[in-house]
Each structure stands twice: as structure tokens, then as C-alpha cells.
Write a protein that binds this ligand. Structure first.
Ligand SMILES: [Zn+2]
Length: 133
């Protein structure tokens, strides 16, 4: 296990800091990811680490920027240590989609595919269990 996992998971409340997936509904621990990827010269320290579900971590990969609705690179992705989730996103309680409130939100939703059908299907189950949002 990643030695930073206990502190990062506790700080995040054991939910993905990007899509708000509840770790308790997963059969494997969420991942400690580098907000600014190591490939961009960042360090492994708590201020640069976030808890991410497998889906968000895979689609985020080593990207720094979001993508707009036409596939063009946008501003930086949502930064869990510097940005407040509710200022960039909100949950649509009918569709269970995550909606953007800002360009950063939109770019992150597209890059991390926060509303792909598998995410929506999982959210329906988490909502049924009282785990989302
Ligand atoms: Zn996620």
C-alpha cells in the first residue's frame, strides 16, 4: 500500500476527490495520485496528493489541462488542494451527472470522463445505498 494512503484517504473522507465516488462501495482501495504529475517535475508530498478512484486516475493520467466540448485543451484541471469542489461542480440529482460551474469544471468533466455511462450507472447504485452524493 502507498505509505501516504492513510493520511490522504482520511483527508478526503474516503471519497474520490474528483468524481465523489465512495471508496466503501469499491472492492479495492482508491489510489493516491499526484495532482501535478511526477512527469511534470512534481514531488511526492501531501500537498500534491489526492485520493482518486481508478476511473478518474486512469483518465487523468499525466494530464495538466482539461479539454473543452470540442476536444481542445483548456485551463488546468481541478486541483483538489487549491480549488473547492462546489465552486466548480454540482450534482444534477435527476440525471446524477456532474455539471460544471466553471471552465475548470467543464475541462475536468471532459478529461476525466466524469459522466461516462459507467459512472452514471455506479452513481445510481450509490445513491440507492445512500452513499452519493
Ligand atoms: Zn473518481
Amino acid at each position: 500500500m502507498n505509505p501516504f494512503y492513510p493520511k490522504v484517504a482520511e483527508r478526503a473522507g474516503k471519497i474520490c476527490e474528483y468524481c465523489r465516488a465512495p471508496e466503501i462501495a469499491s472492492n479495492f482501495s482508491f489510489e493516491v495520485e499526484h495532482i501535478i504529475p511526477r512527469s511534470h517535475g512534481s514531488e511526492t508530498k501531501l500537498e500534491n496528493l489526492a485520493l482518486a478512484c481508478r476511473s478518474c486516475n486512469i483518465f487523468k493520467s499525466n494530464c495538466l489541462n482539461g479539454i473543452d466540448d470540442e476536444g481542445r485543451e483548456t485551463r488546468t484541471l481541478f486541483h483538489p488542494r487549491q480549488d473547492i469542489w462546489q465552486r466548480h461542480f454540482r450534482v444534477n440529482f435527476e440525471t446524477l451527472e456532474i455539471e460544471s460551474l466553471t471552465e475548470i469544471g467543464r475541462g475536468t468533466i471532459n478529461r476525466l470522463r466524469l459522466n461516462n455511462p459507467l459512472q452514471i450507472r455506479a452513481r445510481q447504485q450509490w445513491q440507492r445505498l445512500g452513499l452519493f452524493p
